[in-house]
Structures are given as C-alpha cells and as structure tokens.
Design a protein around this ligand. Structure first.
Ligand SMILES: C[S@@+](CC[C@H](N)C(=O)[O-])C[C@H]1O[C@@H](n2cnc3c(N)ncnc32)[C@H](O)[C@@H]1O
Length: 516
C-alpha cells in the first residue's frame, strides 16, 4: 500500500502484491462489520474494554478482542492497556450522526459486494446480469433508494468541501443547476458558502423526495427548487441562464453518446459568465480507481462507463467552451471546469503548481510528484560513480562537463520546488517529454524552470567524436551527473526505484524539474 492506496509497483516482483489483492476483502469485511455493528459510535463516548464492547454489541468476548486488535493494526482503533478507543480518523468519519460520517457510503459498498460476485457472469454476458427483483415492493425500493442517497450524501459532502476553495469569492447572486443532484449535497455546499445563490436540483422524482428533506434539514428551505425529470430526455433541463451548472458523478453513468448530448444541453444552460463544473472519476487522476469504477458500472448499470477528462474537455471545447486542465482533488476524483470565456476561468482559485502538474502529467508521465527543492539529495559520492564505472563518462553532458555537487547544491538553494517525473523507455521519447514539461513550466511563468533527466542524453545516436554537442538547446544533464542521488531523492518523494537485477526487469526513468 502506498499513500493508503493499493498501488502496483512494476519493479516489485515479490508475490506480496498478489497476496494483498487477494485478501483485499479481509480489509473490507473488518471495516463493514465494525461500521455495521456501530462500534465506532459506541466508542464515541470514551474508551472501553473488550468484554464491555462485546457485551454491548452482542459479540463473543474472545473473538471480539481479536477483532479489536485487527482494527488497531488498521489504524481504526487505538489501545491503552486493555482499553480500546477510536483513533482520530474513525472518530471523525465513522461515528454515526457526526458531520463527516462516511458509514452510509461504506455500507453501500458492502451492498454492492453481491453484484461484484457476478463479475464473471457479466463478462460472459457482456454487461449487467443482476437487477432488482421485478416484484420488489415499493417499500423495499424506497429503502434501497434512501440507502443510495445517503451513501452519495456522505461522499458528496466531503467532495464539495474540497471543491469550494476553487470558487472562493467567485459568486454573488445567481442560480445553480445541479444535474443528477442525488442528495443535493454538492449544490448545498455552494448554497451554504454563497448566500446569494439559489439552486434547481434535477433528478428522478423518487430521489428528489429525499433530497428535498435533506436540504430542508440543512436549513436551506426556500433557496432551492426540485425539478423531477429524466435527464436523458431532450427537454429535461430547465431554462437557463445559470451561473453554475453541476454535473457531479454523472458523466460515468451513461455511454459516450448520451453524455455528449447531456454536456451539450448543460452547456446550453450556461450564463455568459457562468461555470460548468464536471466532477468525476478520471483515469488521468487515479487510473486504478477509475478502471475499477468502470467495472462497477459494467456490473451495476445499463451502459455506464468511465470517460476520460481529456474526452470531456474535447467535447466541451467542441461546443465553444474553454476548459481547465483536470483539477485533481486530494481524494480519488477530479474536476474539469468550463466557461464561455477564458477570463472566467482566470477567476478560479487554481493553485498554479497544481495546474502545471496536471498539464505535465498529460504529457504521458506515469507519476508527477512535487517535493521541496531542499529535499533533493546531493551527497559527495555520486559523480564518482560516473567517473568510475560508467562508459558514458566524458560525453558532453556527463561529468566532468556537468556541475560538481557543490554547484548543484548551491543552485538548488535558488529553487523552492522540484517535480519528479516518472516515465519509461524509450529514453529518447522520455527525454523529449521532459523537455516539453520544462517548456510548459516556462510558458506558465516559471521562468527559471530547469530540467535534469536520468541517464545519459539520448537525443542523438552518438555524440560528436570531438567538439561540442550538436543540440545544446535540447540536451540536459542527468541528475546523477550533477551529483544528485536519484534513488534517495525518489524515495523522499514517496516513489520507489530499485536497481535492476536482469534484462527483463521493468525500467523506470526519472527526471527532475526545478521550479521557483
Ligand atoms: C452517482 S449519483 C451522483 C449524485 C450527486 N450528483 C453527487 O455527486 O453526489 C448519480 C445521480 O444521477 C441521477 N440520475 C441518473 N440517471 C438519471 C436520469 N436519467 N435522470 C435523472 N437523474 C438521473 C441518479 O438518480 C443519481 O442521483
């Protein structure tokens, strides 16, 4: 697990990753059981002993102690002697009734487990095989819809808190249109933050019935209207203009053809200075999560599929809108924001470094990580490895023609940030992408942007026999040639790099882009 997320490292050939994938459900089951039993809510009042917890939950005491120990190792409980207590994480997100509660969403994941068991049948059939029973009672359906809405509400509540800072100070008075609003939590976040806004929520009638109650509970009665409709119908969306049109987690719900139509209609509702906000799972942000959600759509919907942020941007640009690059949230989703003119996008609070990282990532790097420039490690031994043991020693962009470690250390003090760019062979393509990233940074205003790559320059098949480099404007030195310990610097950025054992090993390339 890296950064709390099960992530494959192609250089890691131990079978541990497979074991972790295979036992993924052990982790889920422990969480589901604890949430369903209300364990964290029970402990909200203070720590308890295993026997007391077992008695309160109706569990066997011996098994309970082992269960509580497992939760401690997962960081969901702490232990002081024989007393178990909530950690900060579980106290914030897993105590029923608290503002940031995620239990409904977690239990919805548990509910979906049944349909995921049919993955193989879905693959054989080419799509969804499990449907709610046709004879399902009205009451059952109501309960299922409520469960779904409450699950979406938990997640959307946390997402909108991440989204709002991007719009800080942007809206005065105006109207929001929330398309496929679910619980209305995203619109509600905007209403709470911008008292001059009102909202129209569009969703199916049975969903809006719940959304209405939930917004009223949030004290937003009188500031929203519900517009029950099937958003796939041509005239489903109410008449604009709207200052903000929200499409949150709806792009993955249908096919490209249907979403292209929906984007057209949503764009048509936009006021002159308005924004279209698309919030979704995109492969550009979290490829693994996006691909698994795509399977979730295969299993659980008629024709839903995950579309890329690039596709969304192209569709919106084809309709005359200007778009931001994908704006990653700290969590597993990202935004694309569109407007009729670029000036409106300029009013958004998008951190320049974050925007640059998105653009650089879209050049085809596997990872782009930012670290303080002071974290780049320049010990005194590295250029000796070039001098003794590298056949490229003496080439125009290798030692002794590259800056010695003391010069590199001094230069690094003139920069605040270093981006580590991870890619793969062929070396020439990688190095071209690094140059493109450096140019992109320069164009964005980082006039000191300076790139180093790993390994010797691969621009030409060979350097001139004598004399200077043929392409001094394109060639860059390697990190190691300037004294940088690439392995340690990569590790400090939270990434990994191993020495190669044999020819079949997966090769990773890294480059460093210094910014100020
Ligand atoms: C994944 S949820 C997202 C809800 C909300 N926007 C959020 O971010 O929490 C998708 C929503 O779209 C609604 N929806 C899907 N298809 C629809 C349709 N054809 N007409 C109206 N609403 C639809 C669903 O009822 C659901 O509330």
């Amino acid at each position: 697990m890296k950064n709390g997320f099960l992530k494959h490292d192609p250089q890691d050939l131990s079978p541990q990753y497979l074991e972790d994938l295979a036992t993924g459900y052990w982790f889920s089951e422990v969480l589901f059981t604890a949430v369903e039993a209300g364990l964290f809510t029970l402990l909200a009042g203070g720590g308890m002993r295993a026997a007391e917890i077992a008695a309160a939950l109706g569990f066997d005491p011996a098994g309970t102690e082992r269960f509580l120990n497992a939760l401690c190792t997962l960081g969901l409980l702490g232990r002081n002697g024989d007393v178990f207590f909530n950690t900060r994480l579980s106290d914030t997100y897993l105590v029923g009734g608290r503002e940031h509660y995620q239990g409904n969403s977690i239990l919805w994941r548990k509910y979906l487990r049944e349909s995921w068991r049919g993955l193989r049948e879905c693959l054989e059939a080419g799509g969804r095989v499990a449907y709610p029973p046709p004879e399902e009672s009205g009451e059952n359906m109501r309960r299922r819809v409520e469960m779904y809405i409450r699950a979406m509400d938990d997640v959307a509540g946390t997402k909108v808190r991440e989204i709002l800072p991007v719009f800080e100070g942007v809206f005065g008075t105006g109207r929001i249109l929330d398309v496929g609003a679910g619980s209305g939590a995203v619109a509600a976040g905007f209403l709470q933050c911008f008292p001059g806004l009102t909202a129209t929520l569009v969703d199916l009638p049975e969903v809006l019935e719940f959304a209405k109650g939930m917004l009223e509970e949030r004290g937003l009665g009188g500031r929203f209207t519900c517009h029950p409709a099937n958003i796939l119908e041509p005239d489903a969306l109410p008449e604009g203009p709207f200052e903000l049109v929200i499409l949150s987690n709806i792009v993955h719900a249908y096919s490209e053809r249907e979403i292209a139509l929906l984007l057209s209609r949503a764009a048509g509702c936009l006021g002159a200075g308005g924004y279209l906000l698309v919030h979704d799972f995109f492969p550009e942000h979290r490829p693994e999560k996006a691909a698994l959600l795509d399977l979730n759509m295969l299993i659980n919907t008629y024709n839903g599929r995950v579309l890329s942020a690039g596709w969304v941007r192209e569709e919106l640009e084809a309709r005359g809108l200007c778009c931001t690059e994908p704006v990653p949230l700290r969590t597993d989703t990202a935004l694309v924001i569109a407007a009729r003119d670029a000036g409106a996008l300029g009013r958004l609070r998008l951190a320049p470094e974050q925007r640059l990282i998105s653009r650089i990532r879209s050049l085809g790097f596997r990872e782009v990580r930012s670290i303080p420039a002071a974290e780049v490690h320049v010990p005194d031994w590295v250029d000796l490895r070039c001098r003794y043991g590298c056949e490229n020693y003496g080439r125009p962009h290798c030692p002794p023609h590259t800056p010695p470690p003391e010069k590199t250390r001094a230069a690094l003090r003139d920069f605040s940030t270093a981006l580590l760019l991870e890619g793969e062979p062929p070396a020439r393509d990688f190095q071209r992408r690094v140059l493109a990233a450096e140019r992109e940074a320069f164009r964005t205003g980082y006039y000191k942007a300076l790139a180093f790559w790993a390994g010797p320059c691969a621009f030409c098949p060979s350097c001139p026999e004598s004399g200077p480099c043929r392409h001094p404007g394109e060639a860059r030195p390697s990190m190691e040639g300037c004294g940088i310990d690439v392995y340690e610097t990569v590790r400090r950025a939270g990434l990994s790099l191993r020495t190669l054992q044999d020819r079949r090993d997966y090769v990773k390339y890294f480059a460093l882009l210094l910014l100020e």
